[in-house]
Design a binder for this molecule. Structure first.
Ligand code: FES
Length: 160
């Protein structure tokens, strides 16, 4: 061992001890534990910004694209509304949880759930409910697609 290698070894050892770290093997449990992964999904990935697409994917009013965010285990739809505003929503019907938008991309001013035909505007608001009179206490303002915080900047879109 030459002088430099010995010096580096001493410094590394001192730093390890100073930081309170051991030199034994590191547990591999975090890499294979489903419970650990679920905690990581909830506490890390649901709070972190994730890239979902680019502005070019929404070239005109009414453009949309869908995607499944695997780490969230959730389908989303990203739209450019008639007011040119880009928004993202969970692609889940407020009625019974059916996936509302089934196509990958396109242009639409409204989306119709194919289960019981609830209709949403591309800004996420609930527009129509068949047989609405029989849904007592239905507040359509509270039954839109659930928005996801997001930002589109520099051409890229991120969500959390
Ligand atoms: S689940 Fe969408 S309309 Fe019923």
């Amino acid at each position: 061992m030459n002088e430099m290698t010995e010096l580096a070894s001493i410094c590394t050892s001192d730093l390890t001890q100073t930081a309170g770290l051991g030199t034994g093997p590191v547990s591999c449990e975090p890499y294979r534990s489903p419970a650990y992964f679920e905690r990581e999904r909830e506490n890390l990935f649901k709070r972190a910004w994730l890239t979902v697409g680019r502005v070019e994917q929404l070239p005109e009013k009414g453009s949309f694209f869908t995607k499944t965010i695997e780490i969230w285990n959730a389908p989303i739809v990203v739209t450019r509304g008639s007011d040119d505003r880009i928004q993202a929503f969970y692609n889940v019907c407020a009625h019974r949880g059916n996936q509302v938008v089934l196509t990958e991309r396109g242009r639409a001013s409204r989306f119709s759930c194919n289960y019981h035909n609830w209709v949403y505007r591309n800004d996420g608001s609930l527009m129509g409910v068949p047989d609405e009179a029989n849904f007592f206490d239905l507040d359509k303002k509270k039954c839109g697609l659930v928005p996801i915080a997001g930002a589109f900047a520099g051409g890229g879109g991120i969500l959390r």
